[in-house]
Design a protein around this ligand. Structure first.
Ligand code: CA
Length: 226
């Protein structure tokens, strides 16, 4: 099993180090950030399985940062940390796309348990849900949803979108897509793939911030532009 990647965004240096050390010791690959803007940048570079986000952060607060992460896309799980204890915080945390919530001060063992629970969802394949701009794509049921409109994708459309969405904001080579999804990279299949890309562009056109970019001589990238 490959190492799970965890991004910790916490501005209190001591707490950040304690969490990072504990998770590293538990076998995770850990990256840290000290504010919301850096957190967002690390998210794009590191593509974490789990983001542990403090709520009160400099530059960009934890809620807003996670909203942006969800908008960029991917399949990360989220765990919010907060010193505040109002119930409203919990509600707002989940609305912003939080999967779990831990109040400070907490026992580091409790954090490890929550982390394991959230990451076991990843192992169970429960993160078949991709957020792509305002769309939600469930690659298990092959449903692409925006607001209250849902479209059922064909198996090949779904496989192609899953490959692109798993590599949000990254280039993916035509060659790899063809071999993985079509079985070989013949010219005939390349033509077929171009047709599928056009279909996906049409399906995703209700959110103008989404684009499937063709990179000449390389392949494609699915991007959400701010
Ligand atoms: Ca803080």
């Amino acid at each position: 099993m490959s190492q799970k990647r965890v991004l910790i965004v916490e501005d209190e240096a001591t707490l950040r180090r304690i969490i990072a050390d504990a998770l590293t010791l538990a076998g995770y690959s850990v990256v840290v950030a000290e504010d919301g803007e850096v957190g967002l940048q690390r998210y794009m570079d590191f593509n974490p399985h789990l983001v542990i986000a403090d709520i009160m952060l400099p530059r960009l607060d934890g809620y807003e940062m996670v909203r942006k992460m969800r908008k960029i896309g991917g399949t990360s799980q989220y765990l919010f940390l907060s010193a505040r204890s109002q119930v409203d915080d919990v509600v707002e945390g989940f609305r912003a796309g939080g999967n779990d919530y831990l109040r400070k001060p907490f026992d580091i063992k409790e954090l490890i348990v929550r982390t394991e629970a959230l990451l076991s969802r990843v192992d169970a394949g429960m993160n078949d849900i991709f957020h792509i701009g305002n769309y939600t794509f469930n690659s298990g049921t092959q449903q692409l949803t925006i607001a209250d409109f849902s479209r059922h994708l064909s198996t090949r459309e779904s496989e192609l979108l899953r490959a692109l969405a798993s590599n949000m904001n990254r280039r993916i080579s035509s060659n790899k897509l063809l071999v993985d999804i079509w079985g070989d990279d013949s010219y005939y299949n390349l033509r077929s793939m171009n047709v599928y890309i056009s279909k996906l562009r049409t399906y995703l056109s209700d959110d103008p911030t989404i684009e499937i970019v063709s990179i000449r001589g390389i392949g494609y990238a699915l991007r959400v532009i701010e």
